[in-house]
Design a protein around this ligand. Structure first.
Ligand code: DLL
Length: 433
């Protein structure tokens, strides 16, 4: 099922023309209406006319998260405040949040791209969709909400938390779709089991999961535990929220809505554009937004792009799974480690639950690296030898995948704190030393 076939299946050369036209308009818009952009372009010696097409994208200045903080709250808007009809913000771990303002037209674009996502997951007018992303300043709840309304489905606006009620209503209202973070979906899977209601009594078929990195191994786990198809939903506050990209029935890459968000991959250190297919930092320019258009926003997300047409018929570029964020990468004893690599190993081992927590510290100038992981109830045992053997196997597997042997702590089922939004899986105590 395709929501907007004319766009989603557009010939690549036509897409490029559309992108060029919109991109030019955006460059003019920010130059004339947003002082920080005008200044930055003037400093770089670029006038709007110097941008003739996609080949000139690399001439444009980057925008970073720091810029959004520096120009807090509204200095990156390209319209007067009277045109703004919605404000959203991302919490940010330190200091002030990042704020985004939307015009009415921007909200229309957001609903449109969101509708493409939920249609691609196979959901439609007849379906009840439970939205368990947080509502409020976070874009997850309201973003998914408007998307489901746009396709004509019935939204169940649960927000996150209150897990027992989530399960009760999912059952009683016959929710077919569930939109939440993959980590909360795992939590809900356990709660469904605990509820004692047989799986056949739930109508759930589709998960729209995102807002945090997750692996193929986690997909298998979720599909099995929940008995559903689990699809990726990608987005970020600065660009619009959920709806920047989505998977289709092929589950083979996340289609980006590139008629609105122009993607590039750059070297995360030098900022140089990388050739198609290479892994690097994802950068987006919004090319149709009015309220707060951004040029070449550095997402910090590491991935690669695939321009091959998809079997589903969509021609839009596909983003491969996000390996992690440049800032999530841990450097432990000089080795680069992404939590997603550990997740893949943990999900592969039958005796383990997909719940883990990483603690890194520095003692006597040496990095320590601990991985706490839950053992499934049926395997958790007082028998020392069995646990030691399991522990040895995990360390061996991790050593061969990441090149480091962490101190693995096997913990009881359900002892690692569950998250209802984005999971927090790392404590790096070195930052506080
Ligand atoms: O997380 C928007 C969103 C809500 C996306 C609901 C999907 C579903 P932020 O809080 O600004 O916005 O966080 C954006 O989360 O740069 C990625 O690092 C990460 N992220 C979002 N979706 C995915 C995904 C929302 N599908 C940041 N896979 C992004 C991996 C994701 N990482």
């Amino acid at each position: 099922m395709i929501w907007n076939e004319a766009i989603e299946c557009m010939r690549r050369d036509e897409m490029r023309k559309l992108q060029e036209m919109r991109f030019k308009r955006t460059v003019e818009r920010v130059y004339h209406n947003c002082e920080p952009y005008r200044k930055r372009m003037q400093e770089a010696g670029i006038a709007p006319d110097d941008f003739r097409g996609i080949d000139d994208v690399a001439k444009l200045p980057f925008t970073s998260k720091k810029d959004l903080r520096d120009y807090y709250p509204f200095r990156l808007l390209s319209v007067p405040m009277s045109e703004i009809v919605r404000l959203q913000a991302s919490s940010g771990t330190t200091g002030k949040p990042i704020v985004v303002g939307y015009t009415r037209r921007d909200l229309g674009i957001w609903s449109e791209v969101g509708a493409r996502c939920f249609t691609a997951y196979g959901l439609g007018k007849q379906d009840v969709v439970q939205v368990s992303y947080g509502y409020g300043l976070f874009t997850g709840g309201l973003g998914a909400h408007c998307a489901v309304e746009t396709i004509g489905g019935a939204v169940l606006p649960m927000s996150s938390g209150n897990t027992e009620k989530q399960i009760m209503l999912m059952h009683d209202f016959g929710a077919v779709g569930l939109a939440c973070t993959p980590s909360y979906a795992l939590y809900l899977a356990d709660a469904m089991k605990d509820s004692g209601i047989p799986r056949e009594e739930f109508k759930l078929k589709v998960g729209a999961f995102g807002a945090e990195p997750w692996t193929e191994a986690m997909r298998r786990e979720l599909q099995e535990k929940l008995g559903i198809k689990a699809y990726d939903l990608y987005g970020l506050t600065e660009i619009i929220g959920p709806g920047v990209g989505h998977e289709c029935a092929c589950q083979n890459g996340t289609h980006l809505c590139e008629d609105h968000f122009y993607p590039e991959i750059v070297d995360p250190t030098t900022g140089e554009p990388l050739p198609a297919g290479q892994t690097g930092e994802l950068v987006f320019s919004t090319i149709s937004k009015e309220g707060m258009p951004l040029l070449r926003f550095r997402t910090r997300d590491l991935t690669s792009l695939n321009y091959e047409p998809c079997l589903c018929g969509r021609t839009s570029v596909r983003m491969n799974r996000i390996l992690g964020r440049c800032d999530d990468m841990l450097i432990i004893r000089g080795v680069n480690v992404f939590p997603s690599q550990l997740e893949a190993v943990i999900c592969e081992i039958d005796e383990l639950e997909p719940h883990y927590f990483i603690v890194v510290d520095r003692v006597n100038n040496l990095d320590t690296f601990e991985v706490q992981v839950e053992v499934k109830a049926e395997f958790y045992s007082d028998e020392m030898n069995r646990m030691l053997d399991l522990r040895r196997r995990i360390i061996h597997r991790l050593q061969s995948v990441i090149g480091l042997s962490p101190d693995v702590k096997l913990v009881e089922p359900r002892s690692i704190e569950r998250s209802q939004g984005k999971a927090k899986r790392v404590l790096d105590k070195r930052k506080f030393n």
